[in-house]
Design a protein around this ligand. Sequence first.
Ligand code: NAG
Ligand code: NAG
Ligand code: NAG
Ligand code: NAG
Length: 332
Amino acid sequence: MKLLLFLITIATVGSQNPDECPFMCTCTQDKKVICKGLDRFPVGLPDDMKDIVFDVSSFNNFGKNSFQTFKNLKTISFINSNFTSINPCSISDLSNLTKLELSNVRIDQIETHGFSHLSQIKEIVMRKVLVQRLHKYAFNNIKHVDKFVMEIFTAGNMENFVFHDWLNMRLVQLNKFQVLYMKSIPFKNFDAIDQFEITECTFPSPMCGLKDILRNPSVKKIKLHENAIDCSCNTKWIFEVGRSAKDFRLVNNTCSLNSPSQLATREVLSINKNLFCKTDEVPTCGDGTYKTRTPSCQEFPNESHNAGTHRHVHMYTLCIVAVLSVASKLKG
Ligand SMILES: *[C@@H]1O[C@H](CO)[C@@H](O)[C@H](O)[C@H]1NC(C)=O
Ligand SMILES: *[C@@H]1O[C@H](CO)[C@@H](O)[C@H](O)[C@H]1NC(C)=O
Ligand SMILES: *[C@@H]1O[C@H](CO)[C@@H](O)[C@H](O)[C@H]1NC(C)=O
Ligand SMILES: *[C@@H]1O[C@H](CO)[C@@H](O)[C@H](O)[C@H]1NC(C)=O
């Protein structure tokens, strides 16, 4: 009887082999992993997994390059989850990934290079995301992505250059992106984007950063539809660029409540641009010569990752069980 119990114990422990599936996760035959109710990045994920879903999880910290060892990874989804912080280079260098999805996610802060060095991904979709603070270069160095969508995205506080260094993208869509406080240069260093659409967004700042995108001839098509824009001295450029750009559509945008009171809520194209200046306003849209070097991901300190610990504990348990089992056999 005792022996049987020990054999069962061995069988149970053995089936939780670290190559199989971590606690709170389900791993399927087709290499999909679904984890639910986690409070940290799991250890012991299968090296060959293709898809991973984190559902109803709450992460205190998200380490640098957590996904690097999973070379076959095609999709990553975070749904119904919370993060205190997306640390530098947390979601970065995933060149084989085809889809990254965040849906119904709350994040206290996305730090510099939180999402960075992402290239060749077909789709990055962030829907129903609430972020309290977006640091400089939060979305940095994103290239060759077919579709980048941020929809129903709310940001409390946004620094300058949050969107930085984007190149060769087919479609960038910001839809219902709402910011409460922001600096005026959210966008910096954009090149070769086929289509850039900003619809139903609220920006309480003159959006000087858009100037670079609009003036850049390699950004082919730009759509600004139904946005609330801060109409001030610093927004005059929109008209100038609007006249010269080849495919620039400025439709149904209204002046936001941050605008001089006589302009607020009026259709942007209907107002007389001479009315734009608040008397006490100091223009802040320079010509965009900001020379700030962005550090590479390698320059950020590595997170201490104890992926090995779990395995050690596991081996230790197995040993004890084996010893006990042998002892019991000898006794019996
Ligand atoms: C995430 O945060 C929200 C708001 O604080 C809370 O209602 C929700 O339960 C949290 N979700 C998880 C998975 O912790
Ligand atoms: C992408 O896949 C290739 C081939 O499977 C592999 O050699 C490479 O290391 C992978 N890259 C990353 C960043 O995982
Ligand atoms: C602009 O707004 C008007 C009135 O609300 C509407 O009829 C029209 O379809 C809108 N145009 C676009 C392109 O959204
Ligand atoms: C971080 O880890 C990588 C490899 O995992 C290593 O090449 C690099 O030197 C490390 N960087 C630091 C600052 O320790």
